[in-house]
Design a binder for this molecule. Structure first.
Ligand SMILES: *Cc1c(COP(=O)(O)O)cnc(C)c1O
Length: 256
């Protein structure tokens, strides 16, 4: 697959077909093959190891069936934004072994629901939230993986710790033995052009280097969860080890 001159991915978004709420409007397996080809090509362009960026499927608003199609195609890493959806789909998806992450904001009264169902929380953005997760895990004698979410676009509307406060958060969470930090996550800047989008991703990669070299993050916390349907190739060029893909694979999201 080729990227156009702007560096944007060559996979067109699926059409928003009226009345498509019930049946999946797209061939999930072939779209996944296209996305995988885009990931592979971006890794090669960036001189990175083949296979060094995972595809996480952002499944918000999607019913179980297209998600099961993705599982059958061999893609079993999913991310849900809302705890309610994580809980609601768990039984239907349990037929196939898979790994679920929480990629949306987490309210402390929902932590217990998440702990049984998600193996990773990508939205840890405050020491207070991390502390509460740690306490629930102590009660259960369990542990969980996390990403620290950073607000690289500095928009007030976005979750995530401010980049200048990330070191303090990393040090605090590193001290919580039941939370294993995999790395950093960001949503990035919702720009139109690579020039607008790239700096957010570059900043997250630089922040990881700084936090590891200063000892704020443990050495193993090298992962970068960044990049979505519209810009995942760019994110990979900037070092993403996990891209979060929704609409390019599943088509436009059904309306709530
Ligand atoms: C929806 C979502 C994505 C995927 O977005 P698409 O543009 O549909 O690929 C990625 N990350 C998060 C946090 C999301 O909420």
């Amino acid at each position: 697959m080729s990227a156009d001159a702007s560096g944007r991915p060559g996979v067109p978004p699926a059409e928003d077909t009226p009345g498509a709420d019930a049946a999946p409007a797209v061939d999930v397996a072939s779209r996944l093959a296209d996305v995988q080809a885009g990931v592979d090509a971006a890794l090669e362009r960036a001189g990175r190891e083949p296979g060094s960026a995972a595809i996480l499927l952002a499944t918000k608003m999607q019913p179980p069936e297209p998600i099961l199609q993705a599982f059958r195609a061999g893609y079993t890493l999913i991310g849900e934004n809302r705890v309610q959806e994580l809980v609601g789909k768990a039984e239907a998806l349990s037929a196939v072994p898979h790994e679920a992450h929480l990629i949306g904001p987490l309210q402390s009264n929902k932590i217990n629901k998440v702990l049984g169902l998600a193996s990773c929380i990508q939205s840890v953005d405050s020491a207070g939230l991390a502390e509460k997760i740690q306490r629930r895990l102590e009660d259960r004698d369990a542990a969980i993986e996390v990403f620290l979410q950073v607000n690289t676009s500095r928009e007030d509307s976005k979750s995530g710790v401010a980049p200048e406060d990330a070191a303090a958060l990393a040090r605090a969470v590193s001290g919580m033995e039941r939370l294993r930090i995999r790395g950093l996550m960001t949503i990035g800047f919702p720009g139109e052009t690579p020039e607008e989008i790239r700096p957010s991703y570059r900043e997250l990669a630089r922040l990881r280097e700084d936090l590891i070299s200063s000892g704020a993050l443990p050495e193993h916390a090298t992962e970068l969860s960044m990049g979505m349907s519209g810009d995942f190739e760019l994110a990979i060029e900037e070092g993403a080890t996990m891209v979060r893909i929704g609409s390019t694979v599943f088509g436009a999201r059904p309306k709530p």
